[in-house]
Design a protein around this ligand. Structure first.
Ligand SMILES: [Zn+2]
Length: 291
């Protein structure tokens, strides 16, 4: 069908009609100034000049927000909110300026630089600004510290993060905490803070007389990171039966074991936990006890 590329008249109503016509032609697609420029028979500047702004023209033409989102100035709060939502939906991915800009329906230039360094904004929201690759959780970073501490029988050093058996590289700690010393500080603070399950356990220990029926389901079977670290330190990162340690023999694997088994009502408390090597844990440890 042949169509005029210009309007027959340029009355207010004719311009508003043209906006409505283009909106309808887009059938659901977002009506932006750019699309209008491509499809309309009148220049977008004419519309802006006539009605004061593109937004006002949309309002007057009765175009719904869903069809033509009104670009309100992006506030810092809106950006922070978008970043938080993104982090919840994609915890393994990093919210880059591009991704958040797309989410807010604005150009990346609208965001970059406007709220200071993007990395600072992410840190403020509690995220680490990792541009590439996987983001580790605090727990994964701390578990790796315990594993290395057990392996070496002492506080691991920075270089050891980047060699086996470390599972989390030094970069992850530096990005998250700013440095290795700060990361170790965070780790120590974490293990010194009794976990919720440990606290619940202690409370139930005090409230329940020894004779009363123990309900194992009230506490998780897994031993918290902080409790495991305490037991390993107390036992000097050695098997309490055979005395072997990974520090002296890298083939030795240590576990924190329930003295009274969990299945028999054994509790997750320091007094009921001990460090055992894999062999002793299976009950076939070396008979020559060196401890
Ligand atoms: Zn052993």
């Amino acid at each position: 069908m042949f169509e005029l590329t210009t309007l027959e008249e340029y009355s207010d109503e004719a311009l508003l009609d043209e906006i409505r016509r283009v909106a309808a032609a887009l059938s659901g697609e977002r009506l932006t100034q750019k699309r209008f420029l491509e499809l309309a028979r009148v220049h977008v500047t004419t519309v802006r000049n006539r009605f004061g702004s593109w937004q006002r023209a949309l309002d007057l033409a009765g175009i719904a927000e869903e069809v033509a989102p009104r670009f309100n100035p992006v506030t810092r709060g809106a950006v922070v909110q978008a970043v938080k939502l993104y982090a919840q939906e994609f915890p393994e991915s990093s919210p880059t300026v591009e991704k958040i800009a797309r989410r807010l329906g604005v150009h990346r230039k609208t965001l970059s630089g406007k709220f200071g360094a993007w990395g600072d904004l992410l840190r403020e929201v509690g995220l680490s600004p990792v541009p590439l690759g996987r983001r580790y959780t605090d727990d994964e970073c701390f578990e790796n510290i315990i594993a290395l501490w057990t392996y070496y029988g002492r506080q691991p050093n920075f270089a050891e993060l980047n060699q086996a058996p470390s599972a989390v590289g030094s970069k992850a700690y530096v990005i998250r905490w700013g440095g290795w010393r700060a990361a170790l500080g965070a780790f120590i603070r974490h293990v010194n803070q009794p976990s919720v399950s440990d606290v619940l356990q202690t409370v139930s220990d005090q409230e329940l007389p020894q004779t009363s029926e123990i309900v194992p389901s009230s506490a998780p079977r897994s031993i918290s990171l902080s409790l495991r670290y305490k037991v390993l330190c107390r036992d000097h990162f050695r098997c309490v039966i055979c005395g072997r340690s990974p520090a002296k023999d890298h083939s030795v694997e240590l576990h924190v074991d329930h003295i009274i088994p969990w299945s028999k009502g054994g509790q997750n408390v320091e007094g009921n936990l001990r460090t055992l090597c894999f062999d002793c844990n299976l009950g076939k440890g070396a008979k020559t006890e060196r401890a």
